[in-house]
Design a protein around this ligand. Structure first.
Ligand SMILES: [Zn+2]
Ligand SMILES: [Zn+2]
Length: 90
């Protein structure tokens, strides 16, 4: 019965959290929201943040700076979807 509810995570996040370096599944809800929020902010403005804290994309493992705007948007959306899926499947 219970097995039915266990969801095997099969998304695209390949790296630990780019913001705090913890595995994504070690975050609690407020941590995940904090990291997502930071990631969105930095991914949409990589030039401003890269010199302080360059982040590697958790979806395609490129530097955020190496993304075009549309690639960055795609990775951000995918990361948010994957992170919420991961969290909600716990
Ligand atoms: Zn994190
Ligand atoms: Zn990416």
């Amino acid at each position: 019965m219970l097995k039915h509810w266990i969801v095997i995570y099969n998304g695209m996040i390949k790296t630990p959290c780019p913001l705090c370096n913890k595995e994504m599944n070690e975050h609690n809800k407020s941590q995940i929201e904090k990291c997502l929020w930071k990631f969105v902010r930095e991914a949409k403005n990589p030039v401003a943040y890269a010199s302080i804290n360059p982040i590697k994309c958790p979806e395609c493992e490129k530097q955020m700076l190496d993304h075009t705007v549309s690639e960055a948007n795609e990775c951000v959306n995918q990361f948010i979807a994957d992170a919420y899926f991961l969290f909600n499947s716990k």
